[in-house]
Ligand binder design. Structure first.
Ligand SMILES: [Zn+2]
Length: 222
């Protein structure tokens, strides 16, 4: 199984979720005013880290993720708040909020890419739309699946998704009750199953077993 084949069921799931929202909540739409007020409140409460280095670095990661084309025309804007607590969240319009504390908890750019990919997946799947009644437990696992496909297609080592969850999983509980979240164990197990099913191997892996088998088979032909 390849990442490409994994994407088909994911895209189907995406279509189903969007369809479900559209069918049952046709009047539901993001509330730009409410969202803008919340973003402004975060900015005033914690302050924003908005120097050019941080802004351009975060943009380089989201650009690499969006270049995969998986999420259509989504163009996220990342706001880095100066909060020591680990925080990650997103809004329907495409704003993603991460905190200084979260970025200090992470161990690599790949882990940061997965956190951003997970939030981008929430937005693309409609979880942040006002009126969305997607269960948190279902939404989290769906955002993990799409986030994993996104980083893998963007040439990040997919195993960073697992380590990112181990280092950053409390980050979204800033916004929502931790009780409604699937356990880190359930989430990491799902990701590990997907990575194994994809047949992904680290760059540089030498498949000596199949090469030896090839030579053995060819020798029998002579
Ligand atoms: Zn999430």
């Amino acid at each position: 199984m390849t990442w490409r084949s994994l994407l088909h069921p994911i895209c189907s799931a995406l279509a189903c979720l969007c369809c479900f929202s559209a069918c049952h909540y046709s009047l539901a739409s993001p509330s730009p005013l409410k969202e803008a007020a919340t973003v402004q409140q975060l900015r005033e409460t914690y302050g924003e880290v908005d120097s050019s280095f941080e802004r351009e670095y975060l943009l380089s990661i989201t650009s690499r993720l969006t270049a995969s084309g998986i999420l259509g025309k989504l163009k996220p804007v990342v706001m880095l708040i100066n909060n020591a607590e680990p925080v990650a969240g997103s809004f329907a319009s495409g704003t993603i909020v991460v905190s200084r504390g979260l970025l200090l908890d992470l161990k690599s750019e790949g882990e940061l890419a997965f956190v951003l990919a997970h939030e981008m997946a929430h937005i693309a799947l409609g979880h942040r739309a006002e009126g969305s009644t997607e269960k948190v437990s279902v939404a989290e696992l769906a955002a993990d699946r799409l986030g994993l496909a996104l980083i893998a297609r963007s040439n990040y080592d997919p195993r960073v998704a697992v380590s990112a969850l181990l280092h950053a999983s409390p980050a979204e509980t800033f916004w929502l009750s931790s009780e409604s979240y699937p356990s880190v164990q359930e989430r990491t197990q799902q990701l590990q199953r997907m990575i194994a099913a994809s047949g992904w191997m680290p760059p540089g892996t030498i498949n000596s077993r199949d090469f030896d088998r090839l030579q053995t088979r060819l020798k029998l032909l002579s």
